[in-house]
Design a protein around this ligand. Structure first.
Ligand SMILES: [Mg+2]
Length: 302
């Protein structure tokens, strides 16, 4: 079932289209007024929009332009539905970002086929976006996406009192796992650790695979003490666990570097990452299997 919005000033069209869509098992929401449609649509984020071209006050092409300019709305396919049959009207709609075009009076079989086609394309686009943003092995965010998310999180820090911690961590002596147990065991460890990180990141956390056996976690709304507790708990869980990798049991530990900022303080994501990374190397240098949250005086040691 897909959620499909229909915006049309004609009650007749709205009824016909919504019955048609519901007969295919979709949920159809009808809007007769185009002027307040943009807010409702961007709030509900439907899978598809059927949009009349000729409407009083705000026409379909203007509404389309307004929607396409909003963040996150470029993935929603829009099918224009109109009695205007000029090739020039079709061109204008497709150039403005419409996915397809249906002429009134419409044939049920054609409407449903075009709706299926648009929903199929949306599904492929979502799949492509997912693959481009996630690491193929661990399903965590990939390197470029975690950097982008860090940039976004820092911008959002203008809300006072939130704070944010960046955690850089990696598996101690990971090469020994690959060399001693084989690369499939190394992969199995990374996959299991990815799942553990997703479970541990919490509602406001974002976890990514920075590269190799190195991970980056953004803990939104975490101050220094909360982040330290989080990292120390995670470190202890990893240390206590017996991991099953490629049919064999093994143990390993992790090192952590933390960088905290309360308001962003005009720092860019590169500076905060470098700070967390520097402390990760301090943790390595101090004997591994520990959390370091300051440049001097490593806080936690085991
Ligand atoms: Mg109309």
């Amino acid at each position: 079932m897909s959620l499909i919005f229909i915006v049309d000033d004609s009650t007749l069209s709205l009824n016909a289209l919504s019955h048609l869509l519901e007969s295919e098992g979709h949920k159809a929401i009808c809007l007769k007024e185009s002027t307040d449609a943009a807010d409702m649509i961007s709030e509900a984020r439907p899978d598809l929009l059927l949009l009349d071209v000729v409407m009083p006050k705000l026409g379909g092409l203007e509404l389309l332009g307004e929607l396409k300019a909003r963040p996150g709305m470029d993935m929603m396919p829009v099918i224009m539905v109109t009695a205007k049959t000029d090739a020039e009207d079709v061109r204008a709609a497709l150039d403005a970002g419409a996915f397809d075009y249906i002429r009134k009076p419409f044939e049920a079989i054609e409407v449903l086929a075009r709706v299926r086609s648009a929903l199929r394309t949306r599904h492929y686009m979502e799949r492509l976006v997912y693959l481009s943003e996630h690491d193929g092995l661990t399903r965590l965010l990939n390197h470029s996406t975690i950097l982008r998310e860090l940039g976004r999180s820092l911008e959002a820090l203008s809300t006072p009192g939130c704070g944010l911690t960046v955690v850089m961590c990696d598996i101690d002596y990971f090469k020994r796992i690959n060399d001693g147990y084989g690369h499939q065991a190394g992969d199995a460890v990374l996959i299991a650790l990815g799942k553990l990180l997703i479970d541990a990141q919490g509602a406001t956390g974002i976890a990514g695979r920075y590269g190799g056996e190195e991970f980056c976690i953004i803990l939104g709304g975490f101050d220094r003490a909360m982040a330290l507790r989080w990292a120390e708990t995670f470190r202890a869980v990893v240390e206590a666990r017996e991991w099953e990798a490629d049919g064999r049991r093994l143990r390993f530990t992790m090192s952590f570097g933390l960088a905290w900022t309360e308001s962003g303080e005009g720092r860019n994501s590169g500076e905060i990452l470098a700070e967390a990374d520097r402390r990760l190397y301090l943790a390595k240098g101090a004997g591994r299997n520990r959390v370091v949250a300051a440049d001097q005086d490593p806080v936690t040691a085991t």
